[in-house]
Design a protein around this ligand. Structure first.
Ligand code: GUN
Length: 294
């Protein structure tokens, strides 16, 4: 069986291209979408993601404001910054990069963001709207996974999707999105996690396996069905003295181990990652459109 590679870079470029028309319409009305990204502390991976988000805005000519705050920042100061961004007419999208330092209550911060500027879609208002099938924004990584599946014409209707991992950022929302009615959804979804009985057996029953556990190379050939479609969401840093940085990124799926058995795979890096950024840009453009009452 020939292996199909599900390439996030190509689809992300298409998503971005399609946004250019919408940007022109907005600019004709005097609006340039603005994204504020807040990062607290010095988690190296967070800083990489935040830089990528800012650069994506720059490439599209959108306004980007990055607030880099020390890990000693108080919760009150962070909440005040969110308040000022909520009130800032130039800013249409706000996101606070997670994780936050342990002295800050993540939920309090997320709930302070105006739901109409919540381009991460982490606010309970947006989580609720997603769950009932009437989303305002969808969270970027799960929305990117769905867009990849649709773009590569991977049928989800009636298929058994197994989601490996139950995080609020990927596992729970992708399960919620793929179980909805409609195109690119209508799936039967199982959410498997560290406490699941017979995790390997559950994964082997998946027509589509979405790996989002954060364990390097966790998924091996004996965990996938012959002909399955595999989406690797993992981006794990593993030590690599041979590399300049001293580490390299690997996914949750052992690509070389599963490649002879699966029909299609979205590898990591190169698969879902670029889609996350593209969908964030789409949400920011949507937020700007909504500010005009579109
Ligand atoms: N941390 C890991 N993924 C994400 C994300 O998509 N958004 C934010 N804000 N933080 C994250």
């Amino acid at each position: 069986m020939s292996l199909r590679l599900i390439n996030g870079r190509d689809v992300a470029a298409q998503v971005t291209e399609a946004l250019n028309d919408r940007l022109q319409v907005l600019r004709a009305q005097g609006i340039n979408p603005g994204l504020a990204v807040v990062v607290v502390g010095d988690d190296p991976a967070s800083h990489v993601y935040v830089r990528m988000k800012g650069k994506a805005c720059d490439r599209m000519g959108m306004l980007s404001r990055t607030h880099i705050l020390p890990s000693s920042t108080s919760e009150d100061d962070l909440l005040s910054l969110i308040d000022s961004l909520n009130a800032d007419a130039e800013i249409h999208g706000i996101l606070c990069q997670l994780p936050l330092p342990s002295h800050i209550d993540e939920r309090k911060v997320i709930e302070r963001i105006d739901p109409y500027k919540d381009v991460d879609a982490f606010h309970p208002y947006n989580v609720g709207r997603m769950l009932i099938g009437d989303p305002l924004f969808l969270p970027a990584t799960p929305a990117g996974i769905q867009r990849l599946l649709v773009s590569y014409e991977v049928e989800t209707r009636g298929k058994h999707v197994v989601v490996l991992g139950r995080s609020n950022i990927v596992g729970k929302p992708i399960a919620s999105i793929l179980m909805q009615k409609g195109e690119g959804a209508d799936a039967t979804v199982t959410v498997a996690h560290s406490r699941s009985t017979d995790l390997e057996g559950l994964c082997r029953r998946a027509d589509i396996l979405i790996a989002a556990v954060g364990i390097p190379l966790f998924v091996k050939a004996d965990m996938v069905k012959e002909g399955a479609v595999v989406i690797d969401v993992g981006t794990n840093r593993v030590d690599d003295p041979a590399s300049d940085k001293g580490y390299r990124l690997v996914g949750d799926v052992d690509f070389d181990n599963v490649k002879g058995k699966v029909a299609a795979i979205s590898p990591s890096p190169g698969g879902v990652g670029p889609m996350t950024i593209a969908m964030l840009m789409e949400n920011t453009v949507k937020a700007a459109e909504m500010s005009l009452g579109h």
